[in-house]
Write a new protein. Structure first.
Length: 323
């Protein structure tokens, strides 16, 4: 076999099948597009039918082979139906399972209701555990399976108002390790990625509030912010602040929904930056690229690992950024 073909096979998902939960926005969408771009046939799910339909149209226009179905993974019957759909679509074989869906409720531990605890456990852990059970026969039949979990740095370090979410992610981390050992005999690998703050819908709510704002560098250039990717706008605003001396965060009309998000608080965001050695938030594609790598033949000897995608946050002790 030619060297070029060997390299191509190691770095391709051509002919492989994948299920990505929660694939219509944020990290999940980036994962769908990463896997599709590498040649995989992908099925994804969402609770929002309109959002799913629009995403499917977008993916078709890009040439990706992606299908989708409506599913709330916190509901057992819908998980069963989802896996039956996947089995039918992919001839009872599945190479890749991406357990991406997760949620969070931010509040002190003592303030959680029984219902809220049940909701987070059902969405963040029970659904993941059960989907692995349901997918196991398909992964085994494929002859080469890869399970990747979307965990969080909250499963490694203590974060404010994240006690319950952190507990569910810690459980996912241990499940990742256990499955790596339990399923190795079936040539199924198990890994997880653990992001820090990533530019997903939480942050987009803040950044979308600048869509009507046209900011001006005095005497230099007019900058129409909507012409820039969302992932660039916050950095642009910070640069403009340094250049003009104006606090542009203060003049943004942030809607009431956005104002409840922790990242709509400028001081909080600056604290996030200060705790992150790379000094910025991550982009969904910086997570999806790692997820895709963990599914590739090139990563065939990697299993049982939880890899932080956090700009160095989880290893940052006391390391002042301004001194």
């Amino acid at each position: 076999m030619a060297l070029s073909n060997i390299k191509s096979n190691r770095w391709s998902l051509q002919g492989m099948t994948a299920l990505v939960t929660g694939g219509t926005r944020g990290i999940g969408r980036a994962i769908v597009e990463e896997l599709g771009g590498l040649g995989a046939r992908v099925h994804t799910c969402s609770r929002n039918e309109n959002e799913l339909d629009k995403a499917l149209v977008d993916w078709k226009s890009l040439g990706f082979e992606v299908s989708g179905s409506i599913c709330d993974v916190s509901i057992a019957a819908q998980r069963q139906s989802l896996m039956e759909t996947v089995s039918s679509l992919f001839d009872c074989k599945l190479n890749i399972l991406i357990n991406n869906v997760g949620t969070n409720i931010r509040k002190p531990m003592v303030d959680f209701t029984v219902e809220e605890v049940s909701t987070l456990l059902a969405t963040n852990f029970e659904s993941v555990f059960n989907l692995c059970q349901l997918a196991y026969p398909l992964l085994k039949t494929s002859g080469s399976g890869s399970v990747v979990f979307t965990s969080s740095v909250s499963g490694f370090v203590s974060l404010k108002s994240m006690s319950l979410q952190g507990a569910t992610k810690g459980a996912i981390n241990q499940l990742t390790r256990n499955l790596a050992c339990e399923w190795a005999k079936d040539n199924i690998r198990s890994n997880a990625v653990a992001p820090w703050y990533i530019r997903t819908s939480m942050v987009e709510q803040l950044l979308n509030s600048v869509l009507v704002l046209t900011a001006q560098f005095p005497g230099i250039v007019n900058l129409n912010l909507p012409s820039f990717k969302i992932s660039s706008r916050l950095m642009i605003l910070e640069s403009m602040k340094r250049f003009t001396g104006n606090d542009l965060f203060a003049i943004l009309n942030v809607n009431s929904k956005c104002s409840t998000d922790v990242l709509s608080n400028k001081e909080y965001l600056e604290e996030v930056y200060s705790r992150t050695p790379l000094g910025r938030l991550g982009d969904p594609t910086e997570v999806s690229s790692l997820v895709a790598f963990l599914c590739l033949p090139a990563s065939s000897y990697i299993t049982g690992q939880i890899i932080c995608v956090d700009g160095g946050m989880s290893v940052n002790g006391f390391y002042p950024t301004n001194y």
